[in-house]
Design a protein around this ligand. Structure first.
Ligand code: HEM
Length: 520
């Protein structure tokens, strides 16, 4: 009697174990790891995309890693990334648990949150306020930022990186809260928001996120008196919730006073299914933090491209001179007539994207792909660095910066890749999680790049020995947003009257310190 129960149970267990082993043996290939720790110690803390690239050459387009028990795959080809993250987006769009981040944000930053109801609501709201059509409402903000950026570079060309950051921060504040342009990025409220952003980017950066994942999941249950990191993160959440709630409430006051300057928060507050103020506050914080530094970092890479590829700079300037001429700055009215500049935007995002391994996705059920078994909860990275160097897609000169690759025989912009949402590169990510701010980002890059090339010649600095000093374009400032390591260059006005034209544009737009800056 007893054995008649035990035998089927034993068969079932053996069958289950056999199945599990069979599935394990079908995991995608990857480097051999250590017992328990798996590949943890093989992961470089710096420039992981280069290690991923080497593994891709050795193991193929889909590489399996075991990070201390956490199943992880790295997708190294356009086909695998599109097959899984686009075509199977319903199961590949969750995010891993970011332990510290979820405390700092109370789980309400939807760029990092799980694929839950809150994410769905926040993303739906953002789709409306950042769609390709609504993004046009922000053209004026973006043109104004270009004018201010040029005037600041004319006064202090060495500080170009700071001027890009100011423009990015100021635009994000205008788009999210309807603020007038901000001329001084050292304002106390900006310092507060910047502090939040720095905490966030640090907690989400590769290197910190290797230890963030499931391996240390138990750490979240430690009592707060034992861990400073937990207390700091909790305090950060309280401080930031108060700050973002106040910023959102200020918009409500503006609306009540009859001021309906377009802004994301303004739209959300007027939504008929308006969520609570805390949810709106964190939706705004998510969009602000995702948009503030990305464009600035991308512009810094653009300056490097111009140093390395003077011939490309000349082609772009010829187009601007033909279409815009010397007497006024470029505007969005020139957009359709500047295909080479639009192609330059794509190419800079491809050549040196600020996000070489994107943000991790997580698979929410077991899956089989091309004979491989991919277990539920696997974390998926896309190695954009490798995808962007694929010679089959981009040609033999894929290593080089060449906007011309995005132009067809008639000179029209061609995205090259079916299924990349017409971008032609993968810097905005994939599937349900694709960057919701990409239309705004493309427009900002377009107007800033056109304006910079209209106004300046950008070149390598001449060293004391008379030789050109080129930066090392593989060196970078790492973090969630990857920027070039600090470098110097020459940015000179192309003509004598540039400063006067920019000053006139500033006056025409009513940009004056003190008058346009809101006292917060
Ligand atoms: C050069 C500029 C930018 C780049 C390269 C960039 C890149 C990215 C990437 C790689 C992701 C993750 C995609 C994925 O998981 O597959 C993302 C998500 C996101 N981006 Fe951007 N981004 C940029 C600018 C912006 C701007 C200007 C905004 C807002 C105005 C923005 C808002 C967001 C948001 C809210 C998410 C989270 C989406 C989600 O998880 O559902 N981004 N971005």
């Amino acid at each position: 009697m007893f054995s008649s129960i035990l035998i089927p149970i034993a068969i079932l267990i053996v069958f289950r174990v056999f199945k599990a082993l069979q599935r394990r043996s079908k995991l995608p290939p990857g480097p051999l790891g250590l017992p328990v720790f798996g590949n943890l110690f093989q992961l470089p803390t710096s420039r992981p995309w280069l290690a991923f690239d080497n593994w891709a050459k050795q193991y193929g387009p889909i590489v399996y890693l075991n990070i201390a028990g956490q199943n992880t795959i790295v997708l190294n080809s356009h086909k695998t990334a599109a097959d899984l993250l686009e075509r199977r987006a319903t199961i590949y769009s969750d995010r891993p648990d970011f332990i510290v981040l979820s405390i700092i944000t109370g789980g309400m930053h939807w760029g990092f949150s799980r694929l839950d109801e809150l994410w769905k609501r926040q993303r739906r709201g953002a789709h409306e306020t950042l769609s390709s059509q609504t993004a046009k409402d922000y053209f004026t903000y973006q043109e104004i930022e270009s004018v201010i950026m040029l005037s600041q570079i004319l006064a202090d060309s060495e500080g170009f990186v700071d001027h890009f950051s100011r423009a990015s921060t100021s635009l994000s504040l205008s788009i999210v809260y309807g603020w007038p342009p901000l001329l001084d990025s050292h304002h106390p409220t900006i310092t507060g928001i910047d502090r939040f952003n720095a905490d966030l980017l640090e907690a989400a950066a590769p290197g910190s996120f290797w230890v963030e994942f499931e391996f240390f999941k138990w750490m979240r249950h430690l009592p707060r008196w034992m861990c400073t990191w937990k207390r700091n993160a909790e305090e950060s959440f309280v401080r930031n919730t108060t700050m973002f709630e106040r910023l959102a409430s200020d918009v409500q006051k503006e609306l009540d006073a009859g001021n309906d300057t377009p802004s994301v928060v303004g739209e959300l507050l007027q939504d008929t299914e308006k969520p609570g103020i805390i949810e709106i506050a964190w939706n705004a914080a998510s969009i602000y933090s995702a948009g503030a530094e990305t464009t600035a970092g991308q512009l810094a890479w653009f300056i490097q491209a111009m140093i390395f590829y003077p011939e490309t700079q000349r082609i772009a300037q010829d187009e601007i001179d033909r279409v815009v001429g010397p007497y006024r700055m470029p505007t969005f009215a020139d957009y359709e007539h500047l295909p080479y500049i639009r192609a330059t935007v794509k190419e800079i995002l491809r050549w040196r994207g600020v996000s070489p391994i994107g943000l991790p996705h997580r698979l929410n059920q077991d899956d089989f792909y091309e004979g491989y078994f991919i277990p539920k909860d696997t974390v998926c990275f896309v190695n954009n660095w490798s995808l962007h160097r694929d010679k089959e897609l981009y040609g033999d000169d894929a290593e080089h910066f060449n906007p011309g690759r995005f132009l067809d025989i008639d000179g029209n912009v061609d995205s090259l890749i079916a299924g990349s949402k017409d971008e032609g590169h993968f810097s905005y990510g994939f599937g349900k999680r694709i960057c919701v701010g990409r239309h705004v980002a493309n427009n900002s890059l377009f107007i800033h790049i056109a304006s910079l090339l209209w106004a300046f010649n950008i070149a390598a600095e001449v060293g004391r020995d008379g030789r050109l000093n080129f930066p090392d374009s593989l060196q970078c400032k790492e973090g969630l947003i990857v920027r070039p390591a600090p470098f110097r260059c020459k940015i000179n006005a192309r003509r004598m009257d540039i400063a006067a034209i920019v000053a006139q544009a500033k006056a025409d737009r009513g940009i004056q310190p003190g008058r346009t800056e809101r006292s917060i």
